[in-house]
Design a protein. Structure first.
Lengths: 141, 141
């Protein structure tokens, strides 16, 4: 593959409330919160916690009608998606397309983790997969 | 915390059939399979794929009555658990107990990833969490 996946960038976890979730993810597991951001167009408030050179991305829905809100209502809190880092998200996406992987995003778009795209879980054995090419200022992540 | 979690050791994914799953996880994502093992007492056949200094652990149930078999019947293929590496699994487990985290294993036990233990998802916002202290011969993992 022309654009290898170099590491697990983050694991996305849906939670009901970020502040409650810190009681476990930060205070029990000891993982530091290094960023909190609201992503209005995705209807989430997200907290990024560091572990090694990966992150845990806690996702709290802003509204029950958002994608994350619907996930929470249907499945409850829990594992949501798995994101791989790559130095060439467009190339990785093209490679997936060439292998007939069903895509959610036809083109990379800006996201919290950099330039990102999602593959469809129907092609990934039930797992929602994200590819991320970190922005240069976050290239250490 | 006396025993920090140093990285994501692996992400566990339940699949119906390992060989079918390779078509996506190995051939589309380009992740090499470095080990395949049958764990009779857990009723699974597992394949470990490398990405950076983490792994994807594909889990195929040996029987529908195993824990993984029941998960597959109830929830289908998908994300199953999240494992953190630590240099001191007994210390990490003791720290979780001291914070009143509900445990599945009261003591570390040998597993595929080394000496391991599981925390209960009821204390972890719906996520099944594993701690692993790799065996010395696998310490690069």
């Amino acid at each position: 593959m022309s654009a290898p996946l170099t590491r697990i960038h983050h694991v996305g976890v849906v939670v009901r409330n970020l502040e409650q979730a810190y009681g476990f993810w930060r205070d029990c597991l000891g993982l530091p919160v290094h960023k909190v951001a609201t992503v209005e167009d995705q209807g989430v408030r997200a907290a990024l916690l560091t572990v090694g050179d990966s992150e845990i991305e806690l996702l709290e829905p802003l509204a029950p009608t958002s994608g994350i809100g619907k996930f929470l209502a249907k499945r409850g809190e829990g594992l949501h998606h798995l994101c791989y880092a790559t130095a060439d998200v467009a190339g990785a996406l093209a490679a997936a397309r060439a292998k007939n992987v069903r895509l959610i995003d036809e083109q990379p778009r800006p996201g919290l983790a950099g330039m990102i795209c999602f593959l469809h879980p129907a092609s990934a054995h039930g797992v929602l997969i994200e590819y991320a090419q970190p922005f240069p200022e976050d290239a250490h992540r």
